[in-house]
Design a protein around this ligand. Structure first.
Ligand SMILES: Nc1ncnc2c1ncn2[C@@H]1O[C@H](COP(=O)(O)OP(=O)(O)O)[C@@H](O)[C@H]1O
Ligand SMILES: [Mg+2]
Length: 335
């Protein structure tokens, strides 16, 4: 079936994405440097899966999301959505795609109009496709969305400031769902919430995915959060993707020294598992993205760094089935 083939193709394909920001100084905006926020990042997201993107703050996760949503125009590289190149489209060409890719922020409060009620926020989002609808159709759809995100219909008369953090995030999710998207970019959607509420919202994301078959790009700085929701995970470090694989493989056989260090910072409750584990402390600070070290971006903090790591940037390559890593250590082991 032709359709089947289409279903197997990735929903989103990011290829050699680069986003460089000029750093300027003074009144005349003299260019004094460049921040390589995203530097040659490639990954695929399959239809119906959750792809987690993790890494410390400032490593380029949000910028990657913004390039996919066309909030940033990438310096170089391509983004394909349903097989179509979207990063070079004109705003007019992108318009019909825009509805299919939605964004959920860390703090939905900053993106919700404080003067609009929940009802008007959702009804406005429902009208995004411009189709004519009766008042009753809109009311029904608002109720359906509130039901999906497990909010009481009474909430539709409330205003954002009258909602708790968890309720506001549910509203943010309902608004994203209003346009029947294919992909939702969730940028740290639970980072601002209490731990107990985080679990509820993560479960909600999961149940929505089961019900509606939506694909997520789930961004977080915390591996423990991403682990519970992602099918596959990409680990970012200083604008580079250093490891990409299935969530279970990443936890059981992390290959990149940075991933190993990140994972060893997560406490394990099982005593025997904990004893077996080798702890790799992260040395030093993340360098400034304006002053990138030559070679592998992780080399100044890597316990295994060699001369080659200090001069040559490693490429992301498949070292085990469906397990990609950018580290010279594995290239040499393969030889
Ligand atoms: N509009 C911008 N202008 C200049 N630098 C930016 C801009 N947006 C992000 N950056 C820089 O790019 C880097 C990556 O930022 P970001 O994508 O927000 O990281 P993350 O979401 O992983 O915390 C940071 O060093 C940040 O300061
Ligand atoms: Mg961010």
């Amino acid at each position: 079936m032709a359709d089947q083939k289409n279903m197997d193709a990735p929903l989103l394909k990011v290829e050699h994405l680069k986003m460089y920001f000029p750093v300027t100084k003074g009144f005349f905006g003299k260019k004094v440097g460049v921040v390589k926020a995203v530097d040659d990042v490639s990954f695929d997201i399959r239809r119906g899966e959750t792809f987690g993107l993790v890494g410390e703050s400032g490593c380029g996760k949000t910028t990657t999301g913004k390039c996919i949503l066309r909030i940033n125009d990438p310096t170089d590289g391509n983004v394909y959505f349903e097989g179509q190149e979207i990063s070079r489209m004109t705003k007019h060409e992108f318009q019909p795609m825009r509805r299919k890719i939605q964004l959920i922020f860390q703090d939905p409060f900053s993106s919700l109009d404080p003067r609009s009620s929940v009802y008007s926020i959702l009804s406005e989002a429902i009208m995004c496709d411009g189709k004519p609808r009766t008042k009753e159709e809109i009311r029904n759809k608002v109720n359906e969305l509130l039901f999906t995100v497990e909010l009481n219909p009474i909430m539709s008369y409330r205003f954002p400031h009258e909602l708790s953090g968890g309720q506001r995030q549910r509203l943010g999710i309902a608004r994203a769902l209003a346009c029947n998207p294919e992909l939702i970019v969730c940028d740290e959607p639970v980072s601002a919430l209490d731990v107990s509420i985080q679990a509820q919202i993560i479960n909600l994301f999961r149940s929505i995915q089961k019900k509606l078959g939506i694909t997520y790009l789930f961004i977080a700085h915390d591996l423990a959060v991403v682990r519970h929701i992602s099918d596959r995970i990409g680990v970012m470090y200083l604008g580079h993707l250093v490891e990409v694989t299935k969530s279970t493989d990443l936890y059981h056989t992390p290959l990149h020294p940075y991933t190993q260090a990140l994972l060893s910072a997560i406490p394990i409750t099982d005593y025997y598992e904990e004893k077996k584990r080798k702890r790799i402390p992260l040395q030093g600070e993340v360098p400034s993205p304006m002053h990138m070290p030559p070679g592998c971006p992780f080399n100044p903090r890597c316990p295994y760094a060699t001369e080659r790591c200090r001069t040559e940037v490693p490429k992301l390559r498949e070292v085990m089935p469906d397990h990609f890593v950018s580290c010279h250590k594995y290239e040499e082991e393969k030889k």
